[in-house]
Design a protein around this ligand. Structure first.
Ligand SMILES: *Cc1c(COP(=O)(O)O)cnc(C)c1O
Length: 389
């Protein structure tokens, strides 16, 4: 795989050579469930659509190249990809996961895997001693983390975690959805498996659901392909085609997301109606060393007086936004604003939510690639109104 070319060149060309039969410059969309065998006992490498599809192959090759991995396996969603990884485990195996975990992965671990005898312990990955002690005690087969995390955008030192895992064994899984492969490649920092919800930055246009796992180890890749064929959570060809179209522009989009997010983080930090801003760019040298840009996500806490109900202030802010859409998800070209306490993190018990800083006045922005002056003007007018509730 030509990893030596630049990121944008790989995004546009790897796995996307002109079609040999027609010359089609863009990988064709192969809509077929099955493949005719030219003679008895011979096929052309493609048998049945659950396992084999050339459009999906193109997408997987491009993504593997962007993550500097040997192979990628695409699934119907980020959750199907996460589930395929966890199916490595057998009853009695243990998992250690970071506290600040995507809610859907938390639900999968607690409501699906725990009842099958696979128990997860949650640890603060910012504290390497605590993490190492937990790994020594529990001996997990899987260690699962994200960076930057959701919704507080905490940057975790992947190389440091990778070194600890290498000392004690187990597979390090990094969900790289929030950073995208443009900003960091966890396989080069000690991760064994990289998980993506390609629904987010990789697809990039809020029009397709998908997921993928990238790895170097041939046994892990074989396992992942086996699970996809055996359990059936495959990525459809049209979804693969759309996601590949999005992937081509990931580099230019991420640059613009990052530029806009940096401007917005600075604007929010100086606004009188804002209490606190969470942004990788304010977390010092680690973010600068680990990430190419600080990404497109910014979270912040609205300032509330003692006499004000934080939920009412948040509601007023969200209802007055015009360009930012109130919506779940992230990573699309359009700007979104979300309310973690009642949306993505509603399943957490309230005391636990408050302990983690996911307060009622917390706002999470997925900064899009619109003109940043318009985005700032939108936030400004909504903040002015909210502070008057
Ligand atoms: C969205 C998301 C997922 C789940 O992906 P789906 O495509 O929605 O199934 C997993 N991890 C993170 C960090 C996400 O943002």
């Amino acid at each position: 795989m030509p990893h030596h070319q630049g990121f944008n060149s790989r995004a546009i060309h790897v796995g996307q050579e002109p079609d040999p039969t027609t010359g089609s410059t863009v990988p064709p969309l192969y809509l077929t469930s099955t493949y005719t065998q030219p003679s008895f006992g011979h096929h052309l490498g493609y048998e049945y659509g659950r396992n084999d599809n050339p459009t999906r192959d193109s997408f997987e090759q491009a993504l593997a190249s962007l993550e500097l991995g040997q192979g990628a396996v695409a699934y119907a969603s980020g959750m199907a990809a996460s589930d395929a990884v966890l199916r490595i485990l057998a009853p009695g195996d243990r998992v250690i996961a970071a506290e600040d975990l995507y809610g859907g992965v938390y639900r999968l671990l607690e409501r699906v895997y725990r009842v099958q005898g696979i128990v997860t312990e949650y640890v603060d990955f910012r504290q390497p001693d605590v993490l190492e002690e937990a790994i020594k005690r529990i001996r997990p087969r899987i260690i699962w983390m994200e960076s930057p995390s959701n919704p507080l955008l905490t940057v975790i030192d992947i190389a440091q975690v990778g070194a600890i895992v290498a000392r004690w064994g187990g597979w390090l899984v990094v969900d790289n959805t929030f950073a995208s492969p443009y900003n960091q490649n966890p396989l080069t920092l000690g991760a064994d498996l990289v998980v993506h919800s390609t629904t987010k930055y990789i697809g990039g246009h809020s029009d397709v659901i998908g997921g993928a796992v990238v790895a170097n180890d041939p046994d892990l890749l074989r396992h992942l392909r086996f699970i996809r064929n055996a359990a059936g959570g495959t990525l459809g060809p049209f979804e693969a085609w759309l996601t590949l179209r999005g992937l081509k522009t990931l580099g230019v989009r991420m640059e613009r997301h990052a530029e806009n997010a940096q401007r917005i983080a600075a604007f929010l930090a100086s606004h009188q109606a804002v209490e606190k801003v969470y942004y990788p760019g304010t977390q010092g040298v680690l973010a600068a060393r680990q990430m190419k840009t600080c990404g497109g996500m910014v979270s912040f806490v609205l300032k509330t007086a003692h006499s004000q109900d934080p939920l009412a202030v948040a509601r007023s802010f969200f209802n007055r936004l015009k360009m930012f859409a109130l919506a779940e998800s992230l990573g699309g070209v359009e700007s979104l604003a979300g309310h973690p306490a009642t949306m993505t993190h509603a399943a957490l018990p309230e005391p636990e939510r408050e302990r983690r800083g996911i307060v009622m006045s917390l706002v999470r922005l997925s900064v899009g690639i619109e003109d940043v002056a318009d985005l700032i003007a939108d936030l400004d007018q909504a903040l002015d109104q909210a502070s008057r509730v």
